[in-house]
Design a protein around this ligand. Structure first.
Ligand code: SF4
Ligand code: SF4
Length: 443
């Protein structure tokens, strides 16, 4: 076998990537191992398979390798418990890059469709904007909801029904009073913050980006949004298209080079984790490696930025029982443990109830829910059961993929009352109630 992405990743980070001491501490942290009980569906088992491929004992196109690597959620929960510091996330991306080298004729239809979409739509900002505009149009005229309610979608295929529910769940059930004015509040002359808007966030959740800008400004930041920015490349990296991810990374590094000292603020756990690892993605790029290190060091989630600057208290919200579900990439990729909860604590009187298993994956994992629907729905059902147990009426989460996964699951499982939103949306509503924006706009 020619030197593969997997081999080069192992070769360049051999100390860390082959540091597994086979202790098995990661097994009980792994959702797929918990559900199947199969060692090959555990982090340790997958590392064995990767080593077998790297040493030439197993073909990367073998069923065993494909099945168990594809079944990994990429949640990185295993990294957080590994005493040897195995950087599993990077190794997984390299393993998927190996799978990605399989000739197109040997790929499943789903996999071929995913790679076509990532290559021919996601890498082209104009085409991507058009695709999201079309998706928004269908969503806003409530076509997905109609097809679900009429049971037509289910008749065609349960997977189509779930895909439509994902799109439908991105629609806000509530409109912030401040949304009448789509402009952010006027800037303070404080610390500059560069907002990373993301493709799914900007395409389906632009309201969250606007809320993020307003909340940052209410906390003393001057917000700028570089116009040349593109998708972060997370979907490409997770699907093994590392070259596609690198192309996007270089464009973002250029787009954010204007204000070299300003922090880069994200509100999507999946984007933030990849932006923070551009340094690994481009470590062998002679032109960009140093710039990628600087870029990654500037990335912060909105919650981490507010934790650093101190978050301003808002006004009491008349909110129902509220909980929080951690995005895996925000928790394990960016290590934001308490920061998102601090945002919620800045809302006086919030009826917050902790969610059991909030640190576990929801089964969304990018497009995992469409590619591995059976495992995804087992994991999702467990999450929904925990939400039901505490009687939550509002669930907050810091990643659009988790938002859509839990929202779709709720809609299809008789939990339509559940409002899903980003913590920054609640904080923005609390600031609106406090009258911060009117006061500041009048200054
Ligand atoms: S916890 Fe780390 S060292 Fe232990 S088996 Fe898992 S990957 Fe290997
Ligand atoms: S990334 Fe998640 S699903 Fe994959 S091996 Fe690690 S814990 Fe298991």
């Amino acid at each position: 076998m020619a030197t593969s992405q997997l081999q080069s990743a192992l070769a360049s980070e051999q100390d860390k990537l082959l540091a597994c001491v086979h202790c098995g501490l990661c097994l009980e942290a792994c959702p797929t191992y918990i559900h199947t009980g199969d060692e090959n569906d555990s982090p340790r088992g997958r590392l064995y398979l990767m080593r077998a491929v790297e040493e030439g004992r197993l073909a990367p196109e073998s069923n065993a390798f494909r099945q168990h690597i594809n079944r990994c959620l990429g949640c990185r929960a295993c990294e957080s418990v590994c005493p040897a510091g195995v950087e599993y996330g990077q190794l997984l991306e390299a393993a998927r890059a190996d799978l990605n080298q399989t000739p197109e004729r040997q790929r499943s239809l789903r996999s071929a469709l995913l790679h076509f979409t990532l290559r021919h739509i996601w890498l082209h900002p104009m085409r991507l904007r058009f695709a999201f505009a079309l998706a928004r149009l269908l969503r806003n005229v409530r076509l997905p909801r109609l097809l679900i309610k009429s049971r037509l979608a289910r008749l065609v295929s349960p997977r189509l029904e779930f895909a439509l529910a994902l799109l439908d769940s991105s629609l806000s059930t509530r409109r912030s009073k401040h949304e009448k004015n789509t402009q952010a509040a006027p800037s303070f002359a404080g610390e500059k913050a560069l907002l990373f808007t993301g493709c799914v966030m900007q395409g389906l959740f632009a309201r969250v980006n606007r809320a993020t800008a307003r909340v940052l400004e209410a906390n003393g930041c001057a917000v700028l949004t570089p116009s040349a920015q593109v998708c972060c490349g997370a979907l490409h990296a997770h699907a093994g298209d590392l070259e596609g991810a690198r192309q996007l990374a270089r464009r973002n590094i250029d787009a954010f080079s204007g204000e070299a000292d300003a922090k880069i603020i994200t509100n999507a756990g999946g984007c933030g984790a990849l932006l923070a690892s551009y340094k690994n993605l481009l470590e062998n790029d002679a032109e960009y490696s140093e710039r990628a290190r600087d870029f990654s060091a500037r990335v912060r989630d909105i919650s981490q930025q507010l934790e650093k600057t101190g978050v301003r208290q808002g006004a009491k919200l008349d909110e129902c029982v509220t909980t929080y579900d951690a995005s895996c990439h925000l928790l394990y990729g960016q290590h934001a443990v308490n920061a998102p909860l601090e945002m919620l604590r800045a809302i006086p009187g919030l009826r917050f109830v902790p969610l059991e298993g909030s640190e576990g994956c929801c089964g969304g994992a990018g497009v995992y829910n469409l590619l591995e629907p059976e495992m995804s729905s087992r994991i999702l059902n467990e999450k929904l059961a925990h939400i039901k147990e505490i009687g939550a009426q509002t669930l907050t989460t810091g990643n659009p993929g988790c938002h859509m996964q839990i929202g779709a699951g709720a809609q299809l499982n008789g939990m339509e009352h559940l409002r899903v939103c980003h913590p920054v949306e609640l904080l923005d509503e609390s600031y609106t109630s406090a009258g911060f924006y009117e006061k500041e706009a009048g200054q």
